[in-house]
Design a protein around this ligand. Structure first.
Ligand SMILES: C[S@@+](CC[C@H](N)C(=O)[O-])C[C@H]1O[C@@H](n2cnc3c(N)ncnc32)[C@H](O)[C@@H]1O
Length: 339
């Protein structure tokens, strides 16, 4: 009996893919969207148009995961738990987008080759899917939209880190390099009515940002600009931010991106790198999460998470002075430097 517990622990870890796919199925079916009010399994199946018996079996497993609660006294109806409610399509966390993106077959198929990625130290995404990840996203607009929404989900934490650590006095114009659909830039602009800015991203993403800014009422102050950050980004802004981009690239590519940004900067302009530093203080759970994101970067891009000295080495190689990290303890970290 004594050694059963470690085996059980491994067994549960091995079920991880099944757990993720159970979440994917429930999101895809719309289970959490329907269960903001209690419903019995047959009621729910009728609403979803799904098989009643299979639906009942799914609901039991979701309850075991703590995503649903069952009324034991009444008719046994199921309803979302607080955790399950986060997977509703309209939940502000947007975490459903992350569930769907990470359980998307091209990404999962790449993870089946983690062993090869560790042997070679290189990405396996292209070998598995026939083209690099960014090109693959460009060719799959639904996945692209999902990815951009999954990224935007983290904006609140990134904005918090910037507002806590960066003095925006004197800043009028901001360029967010690889800024996705613009959620972080929107948060920065909301901090000051005189601020304006652009997101410089791949053409389809810049177009999405343009729409998102207009919908947020920021159309006069914020725009999406198509750019390849290996080529050029808009010049002459007071502040350049580059958030969660460098972790997608290997060292040589990071230096090339940073050199493009530096070439666009005027004397006195500042650069803020937003990332999660491997050597910054964070909880065990956040650290574990970062270590798995690090493996994801390897699988997808042959890239990696880094420490502050490792980011400084990239900055210096691109011609910047080493950066400073403010004291504030935030889930995202900022490194600030100047041209
Ligand atoms: C991990 S996402 C980060 C998005 C956002 N900055 C954030 O923190 O959530 C990386 C971004 O880099 C953009 N990107 C990738 N290759 C690019 C390129 N060559 N030029 C410009 N942007 C690029 C992607 O479209 C994506 O929006």
């Amino acid at each position: 009996m004594a050694d059963l517990q470690p085996v059980d622990t491994v067994l549960w870890m091995a079920r991880g893919t099944w757990v993720a796919m159970t979440l994917r199925a429930a999101c895809g079916l719309g289970v959490f969207d329907q269960l903001d009010q209690p419903r019995t399994a047959p009621d729910l199946a009728a609403a979803l148009g799904s098989d009643p018996h299979a639906t009942a079996r799914l609901l039991v497993a979701l309850t075991d995961l703590g995503l649903l609660e069952r009324d034991g006294h009444g008719d046994g109806a199921y309803a979302n738990s607080a955790t399950g409610a986060t997977l509703r399509e309209d939940h502000p966390s947007g975490v459903r987008n992350l569930v769907l993106m990470q359980s998307w077959l091209p990404n999962v198929a790449s993870w089946t080759r983690l062993e090869d990625a560790v042997r070679t130290g290189s990405s396996v995404f292209e070998a598995v899917n026939g083209m690099p990840s960014w090109e693959h996203l460009s060719r799959h607009p639904e996945a692209e939209a999902l990815f951009n929404r999954a990224m935007a989900r983290r904006a609140a934490g990134q904005i918090e880190a910037i507002l806590a650590g960066v003095d925006l006095t004197g800043v009028r114009t901001v360029v967010d390099v690889g800024g996705g659909r613009g959620a972080m830039l929107a948060g920065i602009l909301e901090a000051g009515p005189d601020l304006s800015g652009v997101v410089a991203d791949r053409p389809e993403v810049a177009a999405e940002a343009e729409v998102a800014f207009a919908e947020a009422g920021l159309g006069a102050r914020a725009h999406g600009v198509a750019a390849d950050f290996f080529d050029s980004v808009p010049a002459g802004a007071d502040l350049y931010v580059i958030s969660n981009v460098l972790h997608d690239w290997d060292d040589a590519e990071c230096v090339a991106i940073l050199a493009t940004v530096r070439a666009a900067m005027s004397e006195g302009a500042r650069l803020v790198v937003v990332e999660k530093l491997l050597d910054a203080p964070r909880s065990f759970e956040d650290t574990r999460d970062l270590h798995f994101v690090d493996l994801h970067m390897l699988v997808m891009f042959g890239a990696r998470e880094r420490t502050k000295p490792e980011y400084d080495a990239l900055l210096v190689a691109a011609g910047f002075p080493p950066g400073s990290v403010p004291d504030a303890e935030t889930s995202w970290n900022v490194i600030e430097t100047t041209r």
